[in-house]
Write a protein that binds this ligand. Structure first.
Ligand code: AMP
Ligand code: ZN
Length: 119
């Protein structure tokens, strides 16, 4: 393993397999799994395996993996069959953003007509 992890972090534990998850897709640097409390017919969480706490913690050294997250999202949309109908990718950052897990993650939501603006 060549990425930073945090032993107290829920999503680091999921990457390690210490907490079970329903895997959708995985690469060397990215892991995607089904949200435990889905807000749409398709609700997948995509994370870098490296522990990055939030969007606030991105910098020139660690941000490259975020493009891999978006490539993973496009791939998942194709393999799960919702690429043509469309989807939404959401990152919540900090308290006002509604972030509840301190490991940067992207919600991939699909399978219904998503409303805008969010609440
Ligand atoms: P956020 O509120 O943006 O921090 O999103 C955290 C997301 O993680 C929520 O949608 C939760 O339902 C989801 N979540 C929390 N624990 C788990 C878990 N053990 N497995 C899958 N998803 C989880
Ligand atoms: Zn983590």
């Amino acid at each position: 393993m060549c990425y930073k992890t945090d032993e107290n972090c829920l999503f680091c534990k999921i990457v390690k397999g210490d907490i079970p998850s329903t895997k959708v897709y995985e690469t060397e640097k990215v892991y995607a799994f089904r949200d435990i409390e889905p807000q749409a017919p398709q609700h997948i969480i995509i994370i870098p395996k490296e522990h990055i706490a939030s969007a606030n913690d991105l910098n020139g050294e660690n941000a490259e993996v975020i493009s891999e997250v978006f490539v993973a999202a496009a791939h998942i949309a194709k393999i799960e069959g919702f690429a043509d109908n469309g989807y939404r990718i959401v990152n919540n950052c900090g308290n006002d953003g509604g972030q509840t897990v301190g490991h940067i993650h992207f919600h991939l939501l699909a399978g219904r007509n998503l409303q805008w603006p969010p609440g």
